[in-house]
Write a protein that binds this ligand. Structure first.
Ligand code: ADP
Length: 667
């Protein structure tokens, strides 16, 4: 009923100012989210930085602590050796050495061996006693020791040797403590440290869990390492390893701890959440846009609808399922004279129902509520507020809401009073026209009738003269007079019939459908025109099988047939005399009878074939042009059809056949 899209196209373009404001409104949360994400990322970067700083500080602290602890330990060992170096020249000899060395080895497992060398560099004693293959075997090792010994003697204080690496072994370092007796060199005490075991024994487990500890020489060659973990290294810090010195460096590398996973998950979660929020915001933006478009379309639609409703001349009335009026349009109010407020909310009996038709109105109302209203609409008499009655044509349709549910009934109401009056007037005019046509036909038949009546009257007159002559001669006998008088009676009856037929034909009467002998009708019509046909040298041939009675108005059928026959005869004015043939045939086809009137006349040219049934169309100088239009309305009144075809009886088109059908059953 109402088009889906607005014809003005307003629905597609919201007003500029509003959309601008909407865009700003939509941009604000987006900006907020972007700022939030940026703040979060900055926070994370700062956190990461401070964490790195903290890690580095911790690393440095730990490295310093380690270096200090190693130094402290080595110094402790060194002091013990110094103490022994002081005590040994004072006596006690090997026994003292062994006692102290055993004690030291026990407390400092990192020491591989403690040696006592005399002033000439010969081993006086050693613990463990077996010769250390590393220290004792290789000349290089001893050379290193000799150089260190020399230095120790020279400086007269403990000295560390350079690192040395016997083949197939780890790196070693020795501490040499000179023994002096009466200010003269009296030997040296040596403690041999394998650097690997120095690291493994002196570095606590928790340290190795966090760091890799390496000792690197001045050529950046790794000489010992200690760690309990593998993986990616992080920060690194190195510090000179002195003692022993000689360019040794203690390098500590931290490892990325598995604890990093949690912050990473957190970062990922924050980023994902931000993306999620952004995405949902995007969706909301889309939804809001769609919504605002839909609202705009709805507004236009509403305006369009209101304009349309106001311009409607058809009354609209909506009722709910219980029959209460829920809506009326201005046209309905104008039609009934009631205001919308008087009507909306009312239930039957409605104020516009005519009191005299209350029962009928109720019945129709019930039918509508039961969904049985005729789809082609129904007529009702309504009453205006002024009391005036009017005829209304009502069409009822289901009222379906936005969810597709049936919520009531919508009726469109047409005031058909004027139309009805016009129809009535047209009907009366048509009747008048038919009557006039009959009069015209009558006028045309007047001469034919004169001929027809002439015959029986002449016969009556001659029989009468014969009878009178017989009576005058005195020869009149009963047997001679009776047949003549009977013939006079018959002829008088015939003349009477002719007169009655004319009277019937002219008499104006309402159409009456009654079983009608079609054959008789056709024969009567032929009887009417026979004389005229003879005068015009036209042969009439009929082919009429036995036909069942047809429900029809006899007089109207006669009018149709006479009109078709007369037209056929008129069309053959220029046809050669021997060819002037008028055929009337009837046959049954299915449940209808078909009658045809054919001629061999001038035929109907295509230019005029469309206008044949238009009233007052004629090609004849003295014609009225209403015959065929009346014929068609009569046949349609009988629920039949009337049409014309070219006549092909002679092989080539020659003349016209007018055909009409009539149903055999009255419905
Ligand atoms: P009228 O006979 O008064 O002219 P009709 O309505 O009966 O009015 O006919 C309209 C016109 O149709 C005629 O003037 C004629 O031109 C044409 N017409 C009707 N019947 C025939 C026919 N059998 N053959 C040729 N023309 C015909």
């Amino acid at each position: 009923m109402i088009p889906n899209s607005s014809p003005s196209g307003l629905a597609d373009t919201p007003p500029a100012g509003q959309s601008h404001r909407l865009r700003w409104l939509l941009a604000l949360p987006k900006l907020g989210i972007v700022l939030l994400v940026m703040a979060l990322i900055s926070l994370l970067v700062l956190l990461h930085r401070s964490e790195t700083e903290e890690q580095r500080t911790t690393l440095i602290k730990d490295v310093l602590w380690l270096e200090q602890s190693l130094r402290f330990h080595l110094n402790g060992n060194q002091e013990q050796l110094q103490q022994l170096a002081i005590e040994l020249p004072e006596g006690g000899g090997e026994k003292l050495f062994r006692l102290r060395a055993t004690h030291m080895l026990k407390n400092s497992p990192e020491i591989a061996q403690i040696l006592w060398l005399d002033a000439h560099g010969h081993i006086v004693d050693a613990l463990p006693t077996e010769q250390m293959p590393d220290t004792g075997g290789g000349p290089s090792a001893r050379q290193i020791s000799a150089r260190a010994m020399e230095l120790a003697d020279k400086l007269s204080k403990p000295v560390y040797s350079e690192t040395f690496t016997p083949p197939g072994k780890g790196a070693f370092v020795e501490v040499l403590v000179p023994i002096r007796h009466q200010r003269k060199p009296a030997g040296v005490l040596i403690a041999v440290y394998p650097l690997a075991s120095l690291l493994s024994t002196q570095i606590p487990w928790w340290f190795t869990e966090k760091y890799r500890v390496e000792i690197v020489n001045d050529e950046n060659t790794l000489v010992a390492t200690q760690t309990a973990i593998t993986g990616d290294s992080g920060q690194m810090y190195q510090i000179p390893f002195d003692p022993p010195g000689y360019g040794l460096v203690l390098r500590v590398t931290s490892y990325a701890t598995p604890d990093n996973t949690l912050p990473r998950i957190l970062i990922a979660a924050i980023i994902l959440l931000a993306i999620g929020v952004f995405w949902s915001l995007w969706l909301i933006r889309d939804l809001m846009r769609k919504r605002s478009r839909a609202e705009e379309a709805l507004r236009s639609e509403h305006a369009f609808r209101a304009a349309m409703e106001d311009s409607l001349t058809v009354g609209m009335r909506a009722r709910d399922l219980k029959g209460k009026i829920i809506y009326v349009n201005p046209a309905f109010c104008k039609m009934t004279g009631f205001a919308a407020t008087d009507l909306v909310g009312t239930t039957p009996p409605m104020p516009y129902w005519a009191p005299e038709n209350l029962a009928e109105s109720y019945a129709m109302h019930e039918a509508v509520m039961a969904g049985e209203a005729p789809p082609e609409g129904f007529e009702m008499t309504f009453m205006r507020k002024s009391g005036e009655r009017f005829q209304a044509l009502v069409y009822e349709a289901k009222l379906i809401d936005g969810h597709g549910e049936h919520t009531g009934w919508m009726a469109s109401v047409l005031d058909i009073t004027e139309r009805k009056e016009a129809e009535e007037m047209a009907r009366q005019q048509q009747e008048q026209l038919q009557f006039t046509a009959r009069l015209v036909t009558l006028g045309e038949m007047a001469s034919t009738l004169a001929h027809e009546l002439n015959q029986p009257l002449a016969a009556i007159a001659s029989y009468n003269t014969g009878c009178l002559n017989l009576l005058a001669d005195g020869r009149a006998s009963n047997s001679e007079l009776q047949p003549a008088l009977e013939k006079i009676g018959l002829q008088a009856q015939r003349a009477g019939k002719i007169v009655r037929r004319v009277y019937d034909f002219v008499r104006r009467s309402e159409p009456k459908r009654a079983p009608c002998d079609l054959r008789g009708v056709i024969e009567d019509c032929v009887g009417f025109v026979e004389t005229d046909a003879r005068r015009r040298q036209i042969r009439i041939e009929t082919s009429l099988p036995a036909l069942p009675p047809v429900p029809a108005d006899r007089l109207m059928l006669e009018q149709v047939l006479l009109n078709l026959i007369r037209n056929a005869m008129d069309s053959m004015g220029d046809t050669p005399e021997h060819d002037r043939l008028l055929g009337i045939a009837a046959c049954i086809e299915g449940n209808e009878v078909r009658i045809s009137v054919s001629d061999r006349g001038c035929g109907i040219s295509p230019e005029i074939s469309d206008k044949l049934y238009t009233a007052f169309f004629t090609t004849k100088p003295e014609g009225m042009g209403v015959g065929l239009s009346i014929c068609r309305s009569i046949i349609e009144f009988h629920r039949g059809r009337l049409w014309a075809e070219d006549n092909f009886e002679t092989g080539s088109p020659r003349g016209t056949i007018f055909l009409f059908t009539l149903p055999l059953e009255s419905t």
